[in-house]
Design a protein around this ligand. Structure first.
Ligand code: GTP
Ligand code: ZN
Length: 224
């Protein structure tokens, strides 16, 4: 992953306080020790996790991945999306860097939940794309909110973030919640025959900054 500078936008929204910092412990993993902090949402009891490497307190430009739960890929190895690989790459990055935070948010299926995501997959197997399937089920394209992530970052006293993402709406959502985003770090993953349409749809419908093919690099190089 390499750094791509983007201008910082000033925060706009008043901070919320929905989370209780509930528990924390050091957890040994194959990549090294991850300080694991659980936050509980007082509104619904949902538990979100901050995995912390190093001491980000008071620092600017902390590498941060805000990752939305995807049980199907992360636990069962589904090839329909690139979530598991994005999580793996982000954990590689922060552990090798010796500093960084991965926020693991329980917003499965962009917020519609596991059961509805599987309903959406059933519709996709009949030809709908990921957003059309959501709409047919009566949901908006993306139900996630970034107030939770912003609150977690405030609790960790992270001053500004270098965000590991391809999603410009995620950057905008965070800034709106008062997080200073210093730059974007692209989240590069491989495509496969099962997820290539999903990745293309994200790129076309929500402007995800994904390079899928070799010619994408050529186009960018020519444009630049
Ligand atoms: N509703 C729905 N959710 C999906 C589908 N495929 C993956 N997801 C969920 O999408 C979430 C990940 O969001 P993405 O839009 O892939 O990526 P992002 O987090 O917005 O952007 P990045 O930061 O670049 O990864 C996870 O919670 C997945 O469970 C789908 O077909 N339908
Ligand atoms: Zn996924």
């Amino acid at each position: 992953m390499s750094d791509t500078r983007s201008p910082q936008v000033l925060p706009t929204r008043k901070p919320t306080q929905h989370l209780e910092r509930y528990s924390e412990a050091d957890v040994p993993t194959a990549r090294g020790v991850l300080k694991t902090i659980v936050f509980r949402d007082k509104r619904n009891g949902r538990e979100h996790v901050a995995l912390v490497v190093g001491e980000p307190k008071g620092l600017e430009g902390v590498p941060v991945r805000i990752h939305s739960e995807c049980l199907t890929s992360e636990v069962f190895g589904s090839l329909k999306c690139d979530c598991r690989e994005q999580l793996d790459r982000a954990l590689d990055f922060v552990t090798q860097n010796g500093l960084g935070v991965v926020l693991y948010l329980r917003q499965e299926g962009r917020g519609i939940g596991l059961g509805n995501k599987i309903k959406a997959y059933a519709l996709q197997s009949k030809g709908l794309d990921t957003y059309e399937a959501n709409r047919q089920l009566g949901f908006a394209d993306d139900l996630r909110s970034y107030d939770i992530a912003a609150e977690m970052l405030r609790s960790l006293d992270v001053r500004s973030v270098d965000l590991i993402t391809n999603n410009p709406l995620k950057i905008a959502g965070l800034v709106e919640e008062g997080v200073a985003v210093r730059r974007r770090i692209p989240s590069r993953t491989e495509h496969n025959p099962h997820n290539v349409d999903y990745l293309k749809t994200k790129r076309e419908r929500t402007g995800h900054l994904i390079e899928l093919f070799a010619e994408d690099d050529d186009t960018e190089a020519k444009a630049g």
